[in-house]
Design a protein around this ligand. Structure first.
Ligand code: GAR
Length: 215
């Protein structure tokens, strides 16, 4: 499996994927990192790991369709057959998402289907939920929607701010994103009736899927 990772900023999930692939834990290769922002920190992480990068700046395209066509062309040119969205903050067109059906993952910092969209940490605190978390899912055209591959539950503590909660969830993201890609790269994931089934036995380290940070 050859992956294109799409980012917009910091790239800490990209880093977790790079380390997973480089250590051999995830049997896949990252062939390209694409950022829609020229200054994204994740571009430096990719370069440091010797991975090809491309900047496809959405502000230089006059439509979502032409921007997505450029993303698609770069991905194909790099020989990638799978896409991981890792903090990529652009909404993709329905056509693009359909053409990468079951070959594109997203990570979202909430327990979907709760809190899709932006500001999910602030909304979780505002709603007073005790447990939130993160989700890796296949993409469907509706935002933050699609069959769930891995999730981790993370507690919301009484004194949490948006920042402290986001940091706690991020640690769990770095566990469940490589885990999801590993399962897929090993050929153990099937999407049946819009639900993910893990073949050949149980989830790996099942208990860790519940609050891996508390581990
Ligand atoms: C992560 O928390 C990721 O879940 C979130 O952006 C952050 C990117 O951090 N993604 C979304 O909110 C997408 N809906 P990173 O650049 O350090 O990986």
């Amino acid at each position: 499996m050859k992956i294109a990772v799409f980012i917009s900023g910091r790239g800490s999930n990209l880093q977790a994927l790079i380390e997973g692939c480089q250590s051999g834990e995830v049997p896949a290769e990252i062939g390209l990192v694409v950022s829609n922002r020229p200054g994204a920190q994740g571009l430096k992480r990719a370069a440091a790991a010797g991975i090809a990068t491309a900047v496809i700046d959405h502000t230089t395209y006059d439509s979502r369709e032409s921007f997505d066509a450029a993303l698609d062309a770069a991905t194909q040119r790099a020989g990638c057959d799978f896409i991981c969205l890792a903090g990529f903050m652009r909404i993709l067109t329905e056509d693009f998402v359909r053409s990468w059906r079951d070959r594109m993952l997203n990570i979202h910092p909430a327990l979907l289907p709760a809190f899709p969209g932006i500001n999910c940490h602030a909304r979780a605190i505002e709603m007073g939920v005790r447990i939130t978390g993160c989700t890796v899912h296949f993409c469907r055209p509706e935002l933050d929607n699609g069959p769930i591959v891995t999730q981790a539950a993370v507690p919301v503590l009484p004194d949490d701010t948006e920042e402290t909660l986001a940091a706690r969830i991020l640690e769990a993201e770095h566990v469940i994103y490589p885990m999801a890609v590993k399962l897929i790269a090993e050929g153990r994931v099937r999407v049946i009736n819009e639900k993910v089934r893990i073949m050949d036995g149980a989830y790996p380290e099942r208990e860790k899927l519940i609050s891996p940070v508390a581990g």
